[in-house]
Design a binder for this molecule. Structure first.
Ligand SMILES: [Zn+2]
Length: 290
């Protein structure tokens, strides 16, 4: 979302409530180029310094997770090509959740590549309406983006398969109704590594957790999401924003020869626990205000 505006509107209270997102994404990092690199197995990073996009390379073509902003598309394309792959080989496009910083570029990528768009059921009306159906931002024209047609509606636990790659879609709702955490296994040095790409566990500024008529079950959904996130085995911790998992620091270590820099089960557990605590504190604050 439009961070500067959000920050200005909601000020300090909001930044406390949503420290991760505001601190994570001073918007320059959203559009700042970042070197593409191989994370593990056939999984590559092709996003910006904060808006994470992932490429899964298979003999049958490519899977891309997160189209990001409309302006991100040329940057993602350059990253894919720099790694030696063809942008036009993207067969399947997936997203972390239906907010513009992860899905606004989808229509353009689908047009350029002919990729099929697979989206979690509850986020489908949002991406197909270009953000108009969003429970919180729907009435704000600054959060609109080109609508994109969804080719396959995903449900919790569905798998996406291409050329031997298997990704599982876990519904971790609350941040949006269809927020999706992706998992897959990657082989590296004879070891199987569990990869988790967190969809977003964050409560945005202005989100009503109590008495939300547009999303009555929002608080229960967040709780369900945290239970799912806690249940997932994780070796390689990734997410929709680089700041969730410390992309810059880990990349610097990786570049220095620390090949296991992205293996961080403890960091994953700590992040989820911290975000759950932030959610519970905000829920408590809103409940006691009633
Ligand atoms: Zn979001």
């Amino acid at each position: 979302m439009n961070l500067r505006k959000l920050a200005a509107t909601f000020g300090l209270l909001a930044s406390l409530a949503c420290a991760a997102r505001l601190a994570a994404a001073p918007s320059r990092d959203w559009t700042r180029p970042f070197p593409p690199f191989r994370i593990a197995g056939n999984l590559y990073y092709v996003g910006s310094a904060d808006l994470a996009s992932y490429l899964i390379v298979t003999p049958k073509g490519l899977i891309l997770i997160n189209s990001s902003l409309e302006t991100s598309v040329p940057l993602i394309r350059r990253s894919v090509e720099e790694l030696g792959f063809k942008f036009g080989d993207i067969k399947i496009l997936l997203i972390s959740h239906a907010h513009d910083d992860h899905c606004a570029g989808s229509a353009q990528i689908i047009k350029l590549t002919g990729a099929k768009y697979f989206v979690m059921d509850a986020d489908v009306p949002v991406v197909e309406s270009g953000g108009r159906a969003d429970f919180h931002y729907g009435s704000d024209p600054s959060n609109r983006y080109p609508p994109a047609h969804v080719d396959r509606v995903l449900h919790d636990g569905d798998t996406v398969q291409l050329g031997g790659a298997v990704l599982t879609a876990h519904l971790t709702p609350g941040h949006t109704k269809g927020t999706t955490t992706w998992t897959m296994d990657e082989k590296e040095d004879g070891r199987t590594l569990h990869v988790v790409i967190v969809g977003s566990p964050n409560v945005n500024p202005g989100y009503k957790l109590v008495g939300n008529t547009a999303y009555p079950q929002i608080a229960a959904d967040y709780k369900r999401g945290f239970a799912v996130l806690q249940s997932l085995p994780c070796d390689i911790f990734l997410g929709a924003h680089g700041a969730y998992f410390g992309l810059k620091d880990k990349y610097a270590r990786w570049k220095n020869g620390e090949k296991n820099a992205f293996i961080d089960p403890a960091g994953y557990k700590a992040y989820i626990a911290d975000r759950e605590q932030a959610f519970e504190a905000e829920l408590q604050r809103q409940s006691s205000r009633k």
